[in-house]
Design a protein around this ligand. Structure first.
Ligand code: SAH
Length: 245
């Protein structure tokens, strides 16, 4: 199988990527088709569909193998469930599946992109296939959700308020970023509590950094809320492309 496209995602590293799609709706990204599939004919008829399924490779962790049981963050990272009862990236075939909202088809010269919203994927993820989401067949209102019945943020124990320091607000004021509202994006990412399950129990005042779009965001947990300390433009290294569209 050959990827048909690669994703340009705001999530430049694994840390802080939401654990499922549509939890952070502000996240905007572009599916960039490889030359062979950069043909608008391949997308004909997609206009009427609000969402698509993405079938993709967990390329960053593909060489890490798998085991029969995994510890989903939802169960506090301590309880084990079977790999096929999980959405873990460590699977016999490292293939992921996410439903995302479509925003627009963008065509510029020979380049073809499908702009999407709400992804849970790393920048550079190889996309194996794209299929329209069919509400009549794919949405099952009576379905039960096992150990993940509710969206995580609906559990009030996990809901954090997010505050910005005056310094980070003054930085945000000076940033001219048109792709999405950077402040609400940062807020939504933090409300998902990106910390590894082991840290959640005991890490008051530990500082974290996360790389979103072309910015490095420093934050910490303090007195039960998340506090954004700074938002700095990043010097891009390792072949990362800038996020100027
Ligand atoms: N919705 C998908 C993915 C769920 S796991 C599915 O159910 O199959 C989501 C996590 O996968 C993210 O939080 C991130 O840590 C990880 N991830 C996203 N893109 C990845 C990639 N290209 N390689 C490895 N891990 C990735």
């Amino acid at each position: 199988m050959q990827p048909v496209a690669y994703l340009r995602s705001p999530y430049r590293q694994k840390f802080a990527i939401p654990r499922q799609p549509n939890l952070v709706k502000e996240a905007i990204g572009d599916i960039c088709f490889v030359d062979e599939f950069a043909d608008a004919n391949c997308l004909r008829g997609l206009e009427g569909f609000s969402h698509v399924w993405l079938v993709f490779l967990f390329h960053e962790t593909a060489d890490k193998g798998w085991s029969a049981t995994v510890t989903p963050p939802r169960l506090g990272g301590t309880e084990r469930v079977g790999v096929f009862a999980s959405r873990s990236m460590y699977r016999p075939n490292p293939i992921g599946l996410s439903v995302v909202e479509t925003v627009a088809v963008l065509q510029q010269g020979k380049e073809l992109r499908l702009r999407i919203r709400g992804m849970d994927l790393l920048d550079g993820t190889p996309i194996l296939d794209i299929k329209p989401y069919l509400p009549y067949a794919d949405a099952i209102p009576t379905a039960t959700g096992g150990y993940a019945e509710q969206a995580p943020a609906q559990n009030s124990d996990l809901q954090f308020t997010v505050e910005f320091t005056p310094y980070s607000l003054s930085q945000l004021d000076k940033i001219d970023f048109k792709i999405c509202n950077l402040k609400s994006f940062i807020k939504s990412v933090l409300q998902q509590d990106p910390r590894p399950a082991q840290h959640v129990r005991n890490d008051e005042d530990r500082e974290y950094g996360m790389h979103l779009y072309d910015f490095n965001i420093r934050w910490r947990v303090s007195a039960g809320h998340m506090e954004v300390l700074s938002v700095d433009p990043v010097e891009l290294q390792n072949g990362l492309l800038p996020w100027k569209v």
